[in-house]
Ligand binder design. Structure first.
Ligand code: GLN
Length: 158
């Protein structure tokens, strides 16, 4: 599996082009390997975004708006009910986060904000979250992702 982390999607997009990583990542996803994008990583996985730059990888059939909640200072945390996770709710950390504005057929919404806007989705072996699960001690989403990894993959060596 591959996790495309948060950060800055314009930087990710440029570096992916410079280091010719687009084709290998697209290939990996087409092969059925599990891919998870968090925050800027989710932007990179989108089919389309509301701006011309960055250029997404178009792995997941979703439309995304960057910086949907405002500037860095408008970052926030919210408890979310996540489909497929046992209670309690997942404490989600949103850092200058994007939001999903279009969900294609075949894309399952795993979590949404109280206003109904989706912030976690899954399409088969592809997962995207607008928030940063690595910033809490809660490993439930990481475990969820591990279950999307094809069984025949060799276990990583130490
Ligand atoms: N605002 C960033 C972007 O648009 C994403 C921020 C993040 O990954 N925490 O790329």
């Amino acid at each position: 599996g591959l996790i495309i982390p948060g950060g800055e999607s314009t930087t990710l997009s440029r570096l992916m082009s410079i280091y010719q990583l687009r084709e290998p990542i697209e290939h990996l996803a087409r092969q059925g390997k599990a891919v998870w994008g968090t925050c800027a990583g989710m932007i990179m996985m989108a089919h389309e975004i509301t701006e011309e730059d960055p250029i997404p990888l178009q792995l997941l059939d979703i439309g995304v708006q960057r910086n949907a909640f405002g500037r860095q200072i408008d970052s926030f945390e919210q408890d979310l009910e996540v489909h497929g996770l046992e209670p309690p709710p997942f404490h989600a950390v949103f850092i200058r986060a994007p939001v999903i504005i279009r969900v294609g057929q075949g894309v399952k919404v795993l979590a949404a904000l109280s206003d109904g806007r989706p912030v976690a989705v899954q399409q088969g072996h592809l997962l995207a979250t607008a928030f940063h699960p690595e910033l809490t001690d809660d490993t439930r989403l990481h475990r969820y992702f591990l279950n999307l990894i094809p069984r025949e993959s060799p276990a990583p060596t130490e």
